[in-house]
Design a protein around this ligand. Structure first.
Ligand code: ATP
Ligand code: MG
Length: 599
């Protein structure tokens, strides 16, 4: 195929568009791959569609190779199946809802577990039909709170999602492994480095789960790795819990005046002057910091929750979000934010800067959620027998020597503080290092949650009805296009990996002579005949500088220049990746390029 720049629907931009925050967004706009239609919603132009199609083709091949079969669901779906699984509510503000002319509720699908489950239920009824894996490459809609970074977090985006159906756990394990391996092959063929990390299952429920993270400074996910091979999203890291301590000999807790000590720092300074320890100085780690948070439930309700953490650690809202649902007996997406002064005022028992679990059950406001009391959760480091300095619920007073398990209890233990570099990996494989990444794919074992909710059962070997077990597997297709640009670029433009470039060769004719254009035209035809895709810059009245600038911006890895050298029988072949160039005799160049492309 030959795409001629004289007619191609393309306008490159010289200036960086103001709307673009990250490099991939900037370059995809400037090089004419996408245009913005609304926040987080993009139109695809001819060059963009070429790249997208190549990414999709690789994904399709690898899904087909593990025996998954492609189907295609509507994006516009009725509410009922999502009500059956409770996701109509659980998704909260995260989905686009609409009504038809008869006032019936619909949604634009954020993901399709329900539809796949129902389709299989419709058509299959025996263990002999399983295992089965189905997939689609389809547009998803999510009303993301913060659409950002162009294609990286869109409100409309393309996902490849697949679902496996098995009769038993061993089958699910196999289907999961097959997908895991297929994903590694997909990302390797795309030229996108990914690290599979342990993940939490989030709103989907289920057990084993991994994310494929592309290391990148602009990624929204923080993950940790150890030299011993542990890798996990911070949301999934479990704290190494200290042993429970014996508190038989611990002295009684004591309330002390600590005027003007509303922060951990002022408290520690005060303690070191007024109540110095004999063994060592007080540190922030000796204090229990009780942080008031607001959990925004899927129904939109705001519930105050208090989390007690060692004072030397900061809370990590994402880690709390990933783990809090169970503690509040809600399923679905719960978002967590810091409580405002307004929130605090609603609970007169909460004395800002001096909040604590309290010494007496009558006055306590923390623990045992009820009309006047708040759910109180603690970090796993707060084990029975540990001793703390913490607020006395009175302005200017703290309690010293408060023993966990003796003087106070809690409603639950939650992973709630930032994972730090140097923390120990939970599997004992050494200290952790933190990195940032972009989530490219997510696989998880859903188990029977959806099959149960939607009654997907088949007859087993003994003729007994058995609930099917499922896996769910997603790849962000449009996000992959952006991530590829993020990691394959220089100051001039994009540097596409060959497998996904919009063309194999960017052919530039420069100069005024008709023979130059004739030779370029002939070369374009010859390359096309060899099955290559050629982006041919045949524009007559455009300067060489502009043509080279566009070629570098667009990012096809091989640029061929037919120009001055033609008089000596050569054309210039430039390699965008290495920055090198060589003169190749015009008669040999088609074969040379074909070898290059298929190498
Ligand atoms: P994230 O944590 O980034 O919001 P997610 O956990 O919601 O992702 P999944 O529901 O597992 O994502 O969806 C599967 C894949 O779809 C993700 O791994 C990601 O690559 C892609 N994806 C999810 N949300 C978006 C989005 N808003 N824009 C582009 N791609 C997305
Ligand atoms: Mg999401």
């Amino acid at each position: 195929m030959v795409l001629r720049l004289s007619t191609l629907f393309l306008r490159t931009l010289r200036e960086d568009p103001a709307e673009a925050e990250v490099a991939s967004h900037r370059l995809l706009l400037r090089a004419g791959y996408i245009r913005r239609a609304a926040p987080g919603i993009y139109s695809w132009l001819p060059l963009g569609l070429k790249v997208l199609a190549r990414v999709e083709a690789i994904i399709r091949e690898e899904m087909d190779a593990i025996g998954a079969q492609e189907v295609h669901f509507p994006a516009l779906l009725p509410k009922e199946p999502y009500e059956a699984t409770n996701r109509w509510t659980e998704y909260g503000e995260g989905i686009f809802r609409l009504k038809d002319r008869k006032e019936a509720d619909y949604l634009l699908a954020p993901t399709h577990e329900e539809m796949f489950t129902l389709l299989v239920k419709d058509l299959y009824n025996s263990y002999k039909d399983l295992p089965l894996s189905l997939y689609q490459i389809q547009t998803k809609y999510r009303d993301e709170a913060r659409p950002r970074a162009g294609l990286l977090r869109g409100r409309e985006f393309i996902m490849k999602d697949s679902y496996s159906f098995d009769i038993d756990d061993a089958g699910l394990e196999r289907s999961y492994e097959l997908h895991r391996e297929a994903y590694l092959r997909i990302f390797s063929r795309l030229g996108l480095e990914v690290i599979p990390v342990a993940a939490t299952a989030g709103a989907m429920g289920g057990s084993r789960s991994e994310e494929f993270l592309h290391p990148s400074e602009i990624g929204e996910d923080t993950f940790v790795v150890s030299d011993g091979g542990y890798a996990a999203n911070v949301e999934a890291v479990t704290t190494v819990v200290p042993p429970h301590m014996d508190y038989d000999d611990a002295p009684a807790a004591e309330v002390r005046d600590t005027p003007d000590t509303p922060t951990i720092e002022t408290l520690v300074d005060h303690a070191n002057v007024a109540v110095p320890r004999t063994d060592r100085a007080w540190t922030a780690a000796d204090t229990l910091k009780n942080v008031v948070l607001v959990a925004v439930l899927p129904t939109g309700e705001r519930e105050l929750v208090v989390v007690g953490v060692p004072g030397d650690r900061n809370v990590d809202l994402k880690r709390i979000e990933a783990n809090i649902g169970g503690h509040l007996s809600v399923s679905g997406e719960v978002s967590v934010e810091a409580a405002t002064d307004e929130d605090l005022k609603k609970h007169p028992g909460l004395v800002k800067g001096y909040i604590g679990p309290g010494l007496s059950a009558d006055t306590a406001v923390l623990g045992s959620r009820g009309s006047t009391r708040l759910t109180f959760l603690v970090d796993p480091r707060v084990v029975p027998g540990t001793t703390w300095v913490t607020g006395a619920n009175v302005r200017g007073k703290h309690v010293f020597g408060l023993v966990a398990g003796r003087d106070f209890t809690w409603d639950g233990v939650i992973e709630s503080v930032e994972v730090r570099a140097g923390d120990e990996a939970p599997d004992g494989s050494g200290p952790l290092r933190t990195r940032r990444g972009i989530e490219m794919g997510h696989i998880f074992q859903l188990g029977r949650k959806y099959a149960e909710a939607l009654h997907l059962k088949v007859l087993d070997q003994n003729g007994k009805l058995t609930t099917v077990t499922m896996g769910s597997y997603g790849v962000g297709v449009t996000r992959a296009v952006a991530a590829l640009v993020e990691s394959n670029r220089d100051d001039k433009g994009i540097l596409w990996p060959r497998n996904v470039a919009p063309a194999d060769i960017h052919l530039v004719a420069t100069g005024k002579g008709e023979e130059i254009f004739a030779a370029a035209e002939q070369l374009a035809g010859e390359l096309e005949g060899r099955g290559l895709t050629v982006l041919y810059d045949d524009r007559q009245k455009v300067s060489p500088g502009v043509k080279f600038g566009d070629a570098e911006l667009i990012g096809v890895p091989t640029i061929v220049v037919v120009g001055r050298g033609l008089a000596d029988g050569v054309v210039e072949v430039k390699d965008r990746l290495s920055g090198t160039s060589e003169n190749v005799p015009v008669d040999d160049v088609a074969g040379h390029l074909q070898a290059l492309v298929s190498a």
